[in-house]
Design a protein around this ligand. Structure first.
Ligand code: C5P
Length: 234
């Protein structure tokens, strides 16, 4: 799996996302983009087809979580979109993750990369213990969910760059780590708490970094994207 910078296109309309992507006119500068719930729910599957037609790779970040049969059928629908990566919550357990793979696999045996979401980084250990009644260290839970994802046949997990090294140690270096929470050393942190620079994420072995506002809100988005690529991919 190649190392790449994925740009989080957290926009709520087609006009906004195309206004942003229009800046990337050079073929060699077409970023891998992440389409999340906001844009997908606003514009529907057509936005995926349109962005793909412009030559971008797509990570469809919908974080599916339901009973196995429903997830399998939803994934079967997503398999008809020409996406490159998508995801499910690992907390849906192995039965759900296996059903997701079954649904996502096309008739010719091909399928997009499937990634598991471990414990959301917005969930504190205190809430996990008090509300989810999981009486473990959060790090242990994240690594256990990563291992379950691997056993179910998933290709990798979303995790913080700080967890990527340990995930590789436990699940192997070919198990993909997709890491958000990336900031330039001289940039705004915003609402992210535990951040890393693209160069640090490279050093620690992340396979894909997901970068949103440091690129989408930059005065020069193409320049910021190219800086991320230079620092992370080299
Ligand atoms: O703008 P920023 O770089 O913070 O965007 C990060 C992207 O990664 C957002 O789309 C956010 O929802 C996503 N994400 C995250 N932390 C996670 C999982 C996803 O920041 N644990």
């Amino acid at each position: 799996m190649g190392k790449d910078v994925i740009v989080a296109c957290d926009f709520s309309s087609k006009e906004e996302v195309f206004g942003f992507l229009d800046k990337f006119s050079n073929e060699e500068q077409k970023p891998f983009v992440k389409i999340g719930m906001e844009l997908f729910y606003a514009e529907g599957p057509e936005i995926v087809r349109e962005i793909k037609a412009r030559g971008h790779k797509i990570f469809l970040d919908l974080k599916l979580y339901d009973i196995p049969n429903t997830v399998m059928k939803a994934m079967k629908v997503l398999s008809t979109l020409d996406i490159d990566m998508t995801n499910v919550h690992a907390s849906g357990t192995s039965a759900m993750m296996e059903a997701a793979i079954k649904g996502l696999t096309r008739a010719d045996g091909s399928r997009p990369i499937l990634i598991g979401v471990t414990m959301l980084t917005s969930t504190s250990e205190e809430r996990m213990r008090n509300e989810l009644l999981i009486n473990e260290n959060i790090d242990t839970v994240v690594m256990s969910y990563a291992m379950n994802s691997k056993k179910a046949g998933l290709d990798g997990v979303v995790c913080s760059p700080l967890e990527a090294k340990k995930v590789h140690e436990i699940c192997g270096k070919n198990f993909v780590t997709v890491t958000p929470g990336v900031r330039f050393a001289d940039g705004e942190i915003g609402d992210q708490v535990r951040v890393m620079t693209p160069a640090q994420a490279k050093e620690i072995g992340s396979d894909y970094i997901v970068v949103g506002r440091p690129i989408t809100q930059a005065a020069d988005p193409v320049g910021a994207y190219l800086r991320c690529v230079a620092d992370f991919v080299g």
